[in-house]
Ligand binder design. Structure first.
Ligand SMILES: Cc1cc2nc3c(=O)[nH]c(=O)nc-3n(C[C@H](O)[C@H](O)[C@H](O)COP(=O)(O)OP(=O)(O)OC[C@H]3O[C@@H](n4cnc5c(N)ncnc54)[C@H](O)[C@@H]3O)c2cc1C
Length: 309
């Protein structure tokens, strides 16, 4: 269903559609399948529930592409409050953040300053902060900011996307750096000049990169891999590969999005692997929600049937 994917990805960045959908009174109820809540308190309850099931969490304060510096600072303050709330509730929880939410498109220095504040507070709490990867127009600048921050902080990680041709080279460099890398397939609309157009090639590249990591020298290398996927074939391949090659389970973990394949999440925990769920929270859910609809046409049927129930 590539057409459906293209349509929903185009809608995810369209201001008119955003106003229409966000303004539609019943949509908010349906977003709850993928968004833990609009407030930090609601999200903390979800985090606590997941933790009782043995599932680890990375928390995301929803937001991206802010249009002025005040919004960027407010987003940073939101993260600081979230870190404080997590500490006050004593729930172990990592953080995920988008750089365009911290002002990357407006002023790179402001973005760096915001990230330094977040990373300093997170460091005090012993928390890892992973930088999400946005569309390919932001790949290089995101990696540049990550590398600058990595020289100052050891609690920062980064996402790479297996749909980009460049990711293999980026991945090799990050492994050599001993970085914490979250590997996903990629959620944005990209041209064939930068990304594999066929899903089978994106999936094959995912496995290629994961294998590259597992074959890198674990004891000498502090790099860590987050396998962020719901793809059962990739998960099964990983389990077989790490068993056959005696890869230490402390070198990697599985990750999924809140509301997607919770059956599989529990199964992975029961098998003794680390399983972390990405828990988004906040009022800026529109682009995130539309990307989730784009990934799976069945979600659109779910949306429509729930809206008119
Ligand atoms: C922890 C985490 C962090 C992420 N961070 C980023 C990021 O920073 N940048 C970025 O571009 N992308 C990010 N993504 C999204 C990712 O790139 C994919 O778009 C998304 O995970 C779907 O791909 P998949 O690997 O699950 O494989 P797919 O082949 O797309 O899906 C495999 C199976 O998973 C299930 N599934 C997948 N998506 C959905 C859905 N929306 N609803 C219901 N079921 C679904 C279905 O059963 C499907 O058959 C992240 C994903 C995760 C899990």
């Amino acid at each position: 269903m590539p057409l459906m994917r293209d349509l929903f990805l185009a809608m995810s960045t369209n201001a008119l559609m955003r106003r229409l959908i966000v303004g539609f009174p019943l949509t908010r109820r349906v977003t709850r399948r993928f968004v833990a809540g609009e407030t930090i308190d609601e999200a903390i309850q979800v985090v606590k529930q997941l933790r009782t099931q043995g599932i680890d969490v990375t928390f995301d304060q929803l937001g991206e592409s802010v249009t002025n510096e005040t919004e960027a600072r407010a987003a940073k303050d939101g993260y600081l409050r979230a870190l404080d709330a997590i500490a006050a509730n004593q729930v172990a929880c990592q953080m995920s953040v988008k750089l365009t939410q911290m002002g990357l498109d407006l002023n790179a220095d402001l973005c760096l300053a915001n990230m330094r504040e977040i990373l300093t507070r997170a460091q005090q709490a012993g928390t890892l902060v992973t930088i999400d990867m946005e569309d390919s127009a932001h790949t290089q600048v995101t990696l540049n900011v990550f590398k600058t921050l990595r020289e100052e902080f050891d609690n920062v990680g980064i996402v790479l996307q297996s749909y980009l041709y460049r990711s293999e080279e980026d991945f090799r460099a990050l492994i050599a750096l001993g970085a914490n890398v979250r590997l996903c397939k990629g959620a944005y609309k990209e041209p064939a000049t930068v990304a594999f157009p066929a899903k089978k090639d994106v999936d094959a590249n995912y496995i290629k990169l994961a294998q590259l990591f597992f074959d890198s020298n674990g004891s000498a290398n502090r790099a860590y891999l987050d396998l962020a996927t719901h793809d059962e074939k990739i998960i099964a391949w990983t389990k077989e590969y790490v068993t056959a090659h005696q890869v230490d389970r402390k070198r990697f973990e599985f990750q999924m999005l809140y509301g997607i394949r919770s059956d599989l999440q529990k199964k992975i925990v029961a098998e003794g692997y680390t399983m972390r769920v990405y828990v988004p929270c906040g009022t800026h859910w529109y682009p995130y929600f539309m990307r989730r609809l784009a990934e799976r046409p069945a979600n659109v049927i779910f949306l429509i049937s729930n809206l008119f129930r």
